[in-house]
Ligand binder design. Sequence first.
Ligand SMILES: *[C@@H]1O[C@H](CO)[C@@H](O)[C@H](O)[C@H]1NC(C)=O
Ligand SMILES: *[C@@H]1O[C@H](CO)[C@@H](O)[C@H](O)[C@H]1NC(C)=O
Ligand SMILES: *[C@@H]1O[C@H](CO)[C@@H](O)[C@H](O)[C@H]1NC(C)=O
Length: 248
Amino acid sequence: MIDTVMGLLLLLLLVCHLSVVHPDTSSDIAAIVKAPLILQCSCFGKVVKWTTSYFYSTETPIAECNSGMCQIEKDFQDRFTFLDDTSAGNFSMTINSTVYNDIGYYKCTCDGKSVSGLHLKVYDPVVVEVFEGDNATLPCYGNTRRDAQDVQWMKDGGKLPVYKYFIADEAAAGRITMSKEGFQTGDLSLRIGSVRHSDASLYLCLIHRGSREGDPRAVLLKVKGYGRCGSGKRGTGTAGGKRWRCHL
Ligand SMILES: *[C@@H]1O[C@H](CO)[C@@H](O)[C@H](O)[C@H]1NC(C)=O
Ligand SMILES: *[C@@H]1O[C@H](CO)[C@@H](O)[C@H](O)[C@H]1NC(C)=O
Ligand SMILES: *[C@@H]1O[C@H](CO)[C@@H](O)[C@H](O)[C@H]1NC(C)=O
């Protein structure tokens, strides 16, 4: 009986805590280690504050602006800067070079009201580099023996779904595919045919309704273009690390 009451109280505390920490506008963002990152926030308020927290630790202040005068906390001064003209209401910050421990929750409040909440995840992606028009394979492995029913591949660091595999579906033939045999052995690699420039992105593969991450956790697809055609060039070739293709 006591246990049940305590359990309910704990649950209630947790629910309250969740609703306090996370505003409606929270979203996930993906960063790459050592790469720069922008944390977006814009509002028209007098007092603007950026804070960060990890799990349910207390919030650590990053920066505070009062009537357009901004002060960045000492621990964050090396890598965090305001990007733009804060007097125009743009309080977006940039992280110069993301470190793995930047993972966590970032909140921007404007006169006490939360305007952006960002769950930041940091990745060290496997890089796949192909020429435009070639085929690419983005590697991902995961244990599919027990309960896994689906695999979802996401682009733009997890924002845009590009391919969903359901164990029950017939394998679909298209430019972007995953193999049914592969799924049975835990090879969830994604094949992209005739790669376009717009395919370049940070990809994540998520298993079983997004409950598990694959291995590697992220793949960065880079698409190389063909070099310019010089006068009299014909056919295809490679020069200075760039491949060229000219039709005259
Ligand atoms: C960010 O990095 C650039 C280049 O390394 C440097 O010039 C700049 O001062 C850095 N900004 C901060 C806030 O450290
Ligand atoms: C704020 O400034 C940054 C950097 O100039 C820009 O990328 C971003 O789009 C701006 N945000 C808004 C809401 O204008
Ligand atoms: C891409 O894959 C398709 C289908 O497997 C194949 O026919 C084609 O030759 C491949 N293209 C290249 C450039 O390897």
